[in-house]
Design a protein around this ligand. Structure first.
Ligand code: AMP
Ligand code: MG
Length: 328
């Protein structure tokens, strides 16, 4: 599970007696909260409550969640959802369109086919799906099959097998909610996403292929960082690495490319944006990433398989691991 945390905290908190640390588990990943302010127990309770509520609405795995209800609904049957679910779906639609469907919240049937869903994933596989299975499943991994009715707060699908997965965006939104609950000073991480309130924190980005730190940067007040990579959920079959981010061809992003992106960190004020775009940027070409970074006011770094890296949006950091060098 530690491998899931793709960024590490370098910062040591000051020794103030109002400091409180908390470690938990949410959205299938580790949660850690570090507070340096008053009434920490109450804040931790509120953050835990908000994240648990959001998970109960958006999880594919929890029976009765809005997303589980939509996924098992019949075609053309409106399902009423909570405001928070609708808000995420509306943003998902925008980002699906803006990323030319690289960010695809309707990817779940393929995530299941590749056994990267929470129920199916065991970190190993002897075979991969056939080309026929992939292309027939891809045909209904289409967000256009979901109709969002904002007035009624309902979602209906027009293809019976279409299914949603907010796994690449919900925890970023949860991070936004959690940071808003912190009163003045603290930071927290949910899996590969970190958010700060108050004093800035030095954050280390893991080397995606080793135990060392790749680089370090300062995350400021209200900023969030999310990291996506091919090392969070993956398996090897016949010596080839397959990972959990599925691109519009139906295969793991970068598969068969000479020098694919293996890790992307995105920094912005919105965790919803950093989470969704870090996933999409594992798929998109660099020129498109630069365009989207401008549009959504974010910055970050892409690490490639050949140990080169490229920054976007004016991102600056201190390179720690000299095995890596700037891509030309
Ligand atoms: P993240 O760790 O935020 O990069 O999200 C990865 C998770 O999002 C995967 O485990 C899938 O559940 C889901 N996912 C996979 N591919 C995509 C995609 N192209 N667009 C949106 N979500 C995806
Ligand atoms: Mg994401």
């Amino acid at each position: 599970m530690l491998a899931i945390v793709s960024a590490i905290f370098i910062a040591a908190l000051s020794g103030c007696n109002q400091k409180q640390d908390y470690v938990g588990f949410v959205f299938g990943t580790n949660l850690s909260i570090h507070l340096n302010e008053k009434q920490t127990s109450k804040t931790i309770r509120q953050i835990n409550g908000a994240l648990a509520d959001l998970e109960k609405l958006t999880s594919t795995a929890l029976v009765g969640s809005d997303i589980a209800k939509i996924n098992k609904s019949a075609a053309n049957t409106p399902i009423t959802v909570a405001k928070a679910t609708f808000y995420l779906l509306k943003w998902s639609k925008e980002l699906y369109l803006a990323t030319d469907s690289a960010f695809n919240p309707a990817i779940f049937p393929l995530v299941k086919l590749w056994n990267f869903d929470p129920e199916g994933y065991i970190g190993a596989a002897e075979t991969i799906p056939s080309a026929e299975q992939i292309s027939s499943t891809l045909a209904y991994c289409n967000f256009d099959y979901f109709l969002l009715d904002e007035k009624e707060l309902t979602v209906s699908k027009t293809h019976p097998q279409a299914m949603l997965d907010l796994g690449a965006i919900a925890k970023g939104y949860g991070l936004d909610m959690a940071v808003d609950i912190i009163k003045s000073n603290g930071f927290l991480s949910i899996g590969g996403s970190i958010g700060v309130k108050g004093d800035s924190k030095n954050i280390g980005i893991h080397d995606p292929r080793g135990g060392k730190t790749f680089g370090v940067f300062a995350l400021g007040n209200n900023e969030k960082v999310s990291t996506s990579g091919d090392y969070h959920r993956f398996y090897f079959a016949s010596g080839i690495r397959y990972h959990h981010i599925i691109d519009p061809t139906g295969y793991p992003a970068g598969l068969g490319q000479e020098n694919p992106a293996i890790c992307v960190s995105v920094i912005a004020k919105s965790g919803l944006i950093t989470d969704a775009l870090s996933t999409a940027f594992m798929i998109l070409p660099f020129e498109k990433i630069e365009q989207l970074a401008k549009k959504y006011d974010c910055k970050g770094v892409i690490i490639y398989a050949d140990k080169s890296y490229a920054t976007f949006g004016g991102y600056e950091f201190e390179l720690i691991n000299n095995e890596y060098s700037k891509a030309i």
